[in-house]
Design a protein around this ligand. Structure first.
Ligand code: SF4
Length: 358
């Protein structure tokens, strides 16, 4: 199996791709924007989204897009499916999330019996990478072999997603640069965090719910908010600033009480799993392996819990300022659907947003 690149070899490889005339697309995960500033003398939690765009363009990227839009894409189709299953009284519960690569790798190694209970949705990074490549091919005339998707991620483990391929054999994402690596790369090339475009230009941004994926509870929040929107019930907000590493949330939808468990780290997962095996009723389980979710990821600058809490609060506060709350109001989804997603057969969409293996 190929080993994902890191450090100087990775930076030079991406620069070579650019020099060969390929179109470089960077997608920025939500958690990166509230941590990268720490490596440039800024306080933790300060949103450096615009500066990140500026720095990535100065490193040679043609387009900079938002991984939270990938979260919206996944949530949009997942909420439609979940609603159908709840209406029919179907569905295999509990259902476990698939957006955290650390959790997926842990489950694959330690709990193969959960194979059919873990969602088959690709991660937001993968789904957005696949959709962006297809968008470039169909709408901008850039063939798949002429575009390069680079994830700017808070997570070293996310590099493993560059080895995964869709059913058609194409990669979802070509390279992953972590938060720390991006700062190293920029400093090596004499680049700074400098203000770039106020908004993503190539594809519009996400909903607030997509942005919250960078924090533990954010995925549950996104699915609940989308279901509420679909069913016309009050908007649901999971409290993202709660410190508990093991939480339960209940939500009334379509006459059913939906029970959700949100855990951080494998120790808390094992505690919850023992309870589920002993009969605890849960419909959805969100496991994020890092403290407070991706804001505390292994590709972020080294930090103590106070620093990670500041990042979490910074991201939650930023999301609270966003106007479009759910995946069903996401400006990026709106554009992608109008431009091309709605015209694609469902099998093609599933190819891009589903994992090809457990
Ligand atoms: S929670 Fe941690 S292991 Fe999971 S995707 Fe985020 S950074 Fe990676």
């Amino acid at each position: 199996m190929e080993t994902p690149l890191s450090g100087l070899a990775l930076f030079e490889k991406i620069e070579t791709e650019k020099a060969s005339g390929k179109v470089l697309v960077a997608e920025i995960a939500p958690a990166v924007r509230v941590a990268i500033g720490e490596l440039f003398g800024k306080p933790p939690g300060q949103n450096m989204e615009r500066e990140l765009r500026g720095m990535l363009h100065s490193l040679g990227f043609d387009h900079v897009i938002e991984t939270p839009l990938g979260a919206d894409i996944c949530t949009y189709y997942e909420a439609l499916r979940l609603k159908r299953e709840l209406e029919k009284g179907e569905g295999k519960f509990p259902m476990y999330n698939s957006c955290c690569i650390g959790w997926r790798m842990y489950a694959r190694a330690k709990h193969p019996e959960l194979k059919d209970s873990i969602n088959i949705l690709a991660s937001p990074q993968m789904a957005l990478g696949a959709v962006a490549q297809e968008y470039l091919a169909q709408k901008k005339g850039v063939p798949h072999d002429k575009s390069v998707i680079v994830g700017i991620m808070p997570c070293t483990l996310k590099k493993n997603e560059t080895t995964e391929v869709m059913k058609n054999g194409q990669k979802y994402v070509d390279y992953v640069v972590t938060t720390v690596e991006l700062a190293q790369w920029a400093k090596m090339r004499g680049k700074e965090l400098e203000k770039g475009p106020a908004r993503p230009e190539f594809l519009p941004g996400s909903s607030a719910a997509g942005m919250r994926f960078g924090v533990s509870g954010g995925m549950s929040n996104s699915v609940l908010a989308a279901l509420a929107k679909l069913c016309g019930t009050p908007l649901v907000q999971v409290d993202l600033k709660e410190d508990g590493a093991y939480r339960s949330v209940e939500y009334e939808v379509m006459g059913k009480r939906l029970k959700i468990a949100i855990v951080q780290g494998f120790v808390n997962f094992e505690k919850l799993y023992s309870e589920i095996k002993a009969g605890k009723e849960v419909h959805l389980v969100e496991v994020m392996m890092c403290p407070f979710g991706c804001v505390g990821g292994p590709g972020q600058p080294p930090a103590n819990m106070d620093t990670i809490r500041m990042r979490r609060n910074g991201l939650a506060d930023y999301a609270a300022t966003m106007r479009n709350h759910t995946a069903f109001e996401s400006p990026g989804i709106d554009k992608l659907r109008k431009d091309f997603l709605d015209a694609l057969p469902m099998e093609k969409i599933e190819e891009m947003i589903f994992l090809n293996r457990y």
